[in-house]
Design a protein around this ligand. Structure first.
Ligand code: CMP
Length: 137
């Protein structure tokens, strides 16, 4: 079993579609081993996305991520990192395959509804960024 980190982003919280996202996660066979709704501070958003800090979209991305609460989760499954990336679909919803979360629910490349770790190294940074071991059940 592998664990990965997921965020349901502010665009989904604002449109009341977090339940749809969670239903798709459960239907795909993931276990949800940690989940909470939080509002990121600017510093937390910038620290989370530090790998993108030189990218032109960094400032707008952080502004978006703090404008409303998010739901952060740890998901468990065999090959969870790849499986969650597959269920999310391409970063840009316009390029995402049918049946993926970003195709069904995404708004734009920025407001793309969900985040997922892109590698074991990312998951190892992202999971403890938001969760203590005691919160993972
Ligand atoms: P996420 O998987 O959370 O990782 C970085 C985020 O940056 C990405 O999803 C998008 O929401 C956002 N983003 C905005 N513009 C771009 C872009 N041009 N290329 C990649 N990611 C972008």
């Amino acid at each position: 079993m592998e664990r990965t980190f997921a965020i349901i982003k502010p665009d989904a919280v604002e449109r009341n579609v977090t339940g749809k996202v969670i239903e798709m996660i459960e239907n795909a066979g993931f276990g949800i081993v940690g989940m909470k709704k939080i509002r990121l501070t600017r510093a937390q958003a910038e620290g989370f996305y530090y790998v993108h800090k030189e990218r032109p979209f960094f400032n707008d991305l952080c502004t978006f991520m703090v404008r409303n609460p998010v739901i952060v989760m740890v998901l468990e499954k065999e090959n969870a990192i790849l499986a969650w990336r597959g269920l999310m679909g391409a970063t840009n919803p316009a390029n995402a395959d049918a049946g993926t979360i970003r195709k069904e629910l995404g708004v734009s490349i920025e407001e793309n509804t969900v985040h997922g770790s892109d590698s074991p190294e990312s998951a190892a940074y992202e999971i403890p960024y938001f969760f203590s071991a005691l919160e993972l059940v």
